[in-house]
Design a protein around this ligand. Structure first.
Ligand code: C2E
Ligand code: MG
Ligand code: MG
Length: 625
């Protein structure tokens, strides 16, 4: 038998104009041990158990007219204690008859179950059905009453009432659960179509929306612009200041873009640092130009991120419907190609798509494919540039600089492929190759009997963040046999300024191996004096841009002399890179800069040529002061 969820509702209303009938019901349904002993025995005889269970006691109320019954049912509902069953007499003059009463009661209590008590046969079922929507809420009880039938009926109907309540409550629970699931599903699909970080619609939604916008443009015969915007060198922010700062920056940029365009235009996050803007209803190209400029300016405002006021620039490509394509895919692809093109030619600018760009995009793709194969095909080569002691003119070190012998292209310089290698993840393998080869070369020169010099290798941010970086460094040193003190790692300021705690720990681990550390391109990043003191570095390498204009720009001259003083006060060695002229050298010597590197002495050369240079080095003449 089905278990009931709550206590049974045993409230029953008797509606009859004859007082004696009420008495009869009371005797039958509210039994006392004595009054009901006969009944009880009869039930035992009939069912083997008392059908109404002895402890079953009903709560009976009496009404003598239909109107009175209506008021009582209403009051019971208001008390939140409704009747489960009503026994209603068919004829109750002078008031409503049974049917009228039922009609009125069901208006306010549609769930009330009713047993209509009648001694007359002048009401046929058809008559009743015509007047009432009977459903399964009405039973007919013929007078004279049979006590067992009444108890059975009261018992069954109260039980049924409760079952109906339970079912309704379960149905409500089910509806609630379904509603919750539907809401959940709607927010699961939100994830499918919206970017969690910025809240912008994502590339999945872009296809749909652009197709819709295109069909509108087609219908109204107007121009539509797709703008593809990529942040310039964004990976440097991620690598430099960490991913949380990068995320914050992306949120700021997204907000700026949305604030710049009209409500009718839409902004999408397309890739990690890429956004697409759809501009409907373009009247003339000048309008697109103005919006592109506004978007670039919005991106290029200082963003307060991770305690820094950072600026970032973007490159923006534009494709137009119908000139550059008829469908969403082509327009997005062409806008992206225009963006990549402008990124290469000069970032923080925009460009309209032109057919030629497809060719450049193709070349870029070929470059990446070539780069992937270059390591396997042994196409990389190291050139070495000497570092000199400015007082003695002796070669004291070499910087290993990588070049790519690209088949059919000649020698390719690192500026053209290191950023790409960083973007596509090849940098780690390439850097390991460079480190290995540079250490082997230094040992080879020693074996040739040349004076031991310090070998410097450039380390990119991505290398430095590799968890096993120090371990691999140590292994390379022991495998090649190079003394750690003869290896120097050149790290840029931006690498040092990200995640300072972890950086200091890595630097210390490197120092423990005995390897020297230099800050490359010093003066171009954001190092502060307090940070410099924290880093266990040995050398500051003054960036060549300051050395270049030493004789013409007094600010640069002041900056270089200050860096030299700073280095001395922190007990660091100072080297100037990019020394090209005798005047620059004279300035550096006058300000007691210890070392120099640059075309004035030698450009980076192949290993054999460097060996000859090294052999001759003590005789190198430097101009007198
Ligand atoms: P960098 O480490 O600052 O290296 C100095 C760059 O300046 C080199 O260019 C060098 O040839 C050039 N240079 C040297 N003397 C002069 C001079 O007197 N005047 C001028 N105008 N330039 C001079 P290169 O070889 O093209 O390297 C460019 C950058 O590429 C390097 O800058 C370094 O950041 C990166 N790089 C080079 N090799 C590697 C490498 O093996 N691994 C990594 N991660 N980066 C590398
Ligand atoms: Mg360097
Ligand atoms: Mg440098």
């Amino acid at each position: 038998m089905m278990a009931l969820a709550g206590p049974l509702n045993r409230r029953i209303l008797i509606v009859d104009d004859t007082e004696g009938i009420h008495e009869d019901f009371r005797k039958i349904l509210v039994p006392t041990a004595l009054a009901n002993s006969d009944l009880h025995s009869a039930e035992m005889a009939l069912f083997g158990s008392p059908a109404s269970a002895v402890q079953e006691r009903f709560i009976l109320d009496s009404a003598y007219q239909g109107q009175e019954a209506l008021a009582m049912v209403q009051a019971a509902q208001d008390r939140d204690a409704p009747y489960a069953v009503a026994f209603i007499d068919m004829r109750m003059p002078p008031g409503w008859d049974g049917l009228e009463t039922i009609e009125q009661l069901w208006r306010i209590a549609p769930k009330l179950q009713i047993a209509l008590c009648t001694a007359y046969s002048d009401y046929s079922w058809e008559d009743m059905a015509e007047r009432l929507d009977l459903g399964d809420r009405l039973l007919i009880l013929k007078k004279p009453f049979d006590a067992i039938e009444i108890r059975q009926m009261a018992s069954a109907l109260t039980c049924k009432w409760q079952l109906a309540q339970d079912a309704a409550s379960k149905m409500r629970d089910l509806e609630r659960t379904i509603e919750e699931r539907v809401q959940e599903l709607l927010s699961v699909s939100r994830l499918l179509y919206y970017d969690v970080l910025t809240g912008l619609p994502n590339s999945t939604l872009l296809g749909d929306r652009l197709t819709q916008s295109l069909s509108q443009s087609r219908r109204h015969d107007c121009t539509l612009a797709v703008m593809f915007l990529g942040l310039d060198r964004f990976k440097r922010i991620n690598n430099g200041l960490g991913h949380p700062a990068g995320d914050q920056m992306l949120k700021h940029v997204a907000q700026c873009l949305v604030a710049t365009v009209r409500d009718s235009d839409s902004v999408f996050r397309y890739g990690s640092d890429e956004f697409v803007v759809i501009l409907g209803d373009i009247q003339h190209p000048q309008q697109t130009r103005r919006i592109a400029e506004k978007l670039l300016a919005a991106v290029n405002t200082p963003h307060s991120v991770a305690g820094h006021d950072l600026t970032v620039t973007a490159s923006l490509g534009i494709s137009l419907y119908p000139e550059d394509g008829f469908d969403a895919m082509t327009l997005i692809k062409n806008a992206e190609t225009a963006m990549r093109n402008i990124k290469d030619c000069g970032p923080n600018d925009f460009s309209f798509f032109i057919e030629d760009m497809n060719l450049r995009a193709h070349q870029q793709q070929t470059l990446e494919t070539g780069l992937r194969l270059a390591l396997q095909r042994d196409e990389f080569v190291l050139h070495y540039q000497p570092k000199l002691d400015l007082n003695t003119g002796q070669v004291v070190g070499a910087e290993a600089l990588v070049r790519w012998h690209r088949p059919d292209h000649g020698l390719v310089y690192p500026g053209q492929f290191i950023p790409l290698a960083e973007d596509c993840g090849l940098i780690v393998a390439l850097s390991q190759w460079v480190l290995n080869r540079a250490c082997q070369q230094a040992r080879a020169w020693q074996r040739q009997g040349l004076a031991p010099i310090c070998m410097a290798v450039n380390v990119s941010a991505i290398d430095f963040r590799q968890r096993d970086f120090v371990q691999r460094l140590s292994r390379t040193l022991s495998e090649t046999g190079l003394a750690p003190t003869l290896l120097e790692l050149e790290i840029t300021e931006s690498v040092l300024m990200q995640n300072v705690e972890a950086t200091v720990a890595t630097l210390q681990a490197i120092k423990q191996l005995g390897v020297r550390l230099a800050i490359d391109d010093f003066g171009t990043g954001y190092s502060s004096l307090s940070y410099l003191q924290k880093f266990p570095v040995d050398v500051l390498k003054i960036d060549q841009s300051f050395v270049r204009d030493l004789s013409t720009d007094s600010n640069d001259a002041k900056l270089v002399s200050s860096i030299i003083d700073l280095g001395r006060s922190l007990n660091l060695s100072i080297i100037a890179e990019g020394v090209e002229t005798a005047e620059q050298l004279a300035f550096l010597k006058r300000h007691h800069c210890e070392e120099g590197q640059g075309y004035y002495f030698s450009k980076a050369v192949a290993a054999e040529e460097f060996a000859r240079y090294l052999a001759d080095s003590p005789h190198l003449q430097t101009p007198p002061l």
